[in-house]
Design a binder for this molecule. Sequence first.
Ligand code: PPE
Length: 308
Amino acid sequence: MKQADLIWMNGELVAWEDAKVHVLTHALHYGTGVFEGVRAYDTPRGTAIFRHADHIDRLFRSAGMYLMDIPYTREELRAATHETIQRNNLKSCYIRPLVFRGAGPMGLFPLDSPVEVTIAVWEWGAYLGDEGKRLGVRGKVSSFRRISSNAVIPAAKATGQYVNSVLAKIEASKAGYEEAILLDDRGMVCEGSGENLFVVKDGVIATPGFAADILGGINRSSVITIARDLGYELVERDIARGELYLADEVFLTGTAAEIVPVREIDGRAVGVGPVTASIRAAYDDVVHGRDPRFAAWLDPVRAVATPA
Ligand code: PPE
């Protein structure tokens, strides 16, 4: 992660060091925030944000599920993101929009606390490590189950919900693995701590559906489209833990991670194979603007007036 110069905070760009909050920020105590992870890529037509409108839509849906009114329009947040990327002079970057309950009355009832919005951008390399990206990561099935929709709202990308991912990540990391694989409340395979999961067996690709309390990943949906476009059969269905050990290939998808093969699960080797490789090559072409058929998924960063 490489620090940038400016962060957009409630309508203005401030120096990275000055993007601060009060210690009584509601979200700091109770996790009452929602966020997005987005990436912008260097393309032949300049810097372009991958599936930007879909990420902004999910941000508004996440906020809505927690009854937070975002005090900006979708178009305002889109323009603010363009400006933030430009003013930081970044050709490619990770983008982190955050909507959170700010300092106001303490106590669990959040609806009287102000809603604040920030957009940070920074250069972020291989999320699960360069070696993992090239050769595959080692995954461990977590003893922590994925949050269930009877407790919180797994479909919302809410800050407080991420303590679940954090606990799984610490456990996997201390055991010497790069990533945790969480099972859902029923014991079916759900997802990684910050990625959706796909299994390949006998040429057929499977990924857990929404009943498994997954986060509806935007890369998950991109990969479903790309895999079918390549002619693969892809099904959304429950996946049993044991299927991980029998799989020909397993891979993870997410904005930060992109597409990462899994080469070992719970000490059992998994093949890093041709299906993952072909989907990854097609995905790389799409995000880098080399496949004109998917140009509608790219939001080119437009020129904005810089203050004199
Ligand atoms: N599941 C979880 C729990 C998750 O956090 C992510 C993204 C995904 C699935 C994949 O979603 P999508 O990016 O829309 O394909 N995780 C974000 C946060 C990573 C972080 O460490 O922070 C991300 O990849 O931006």
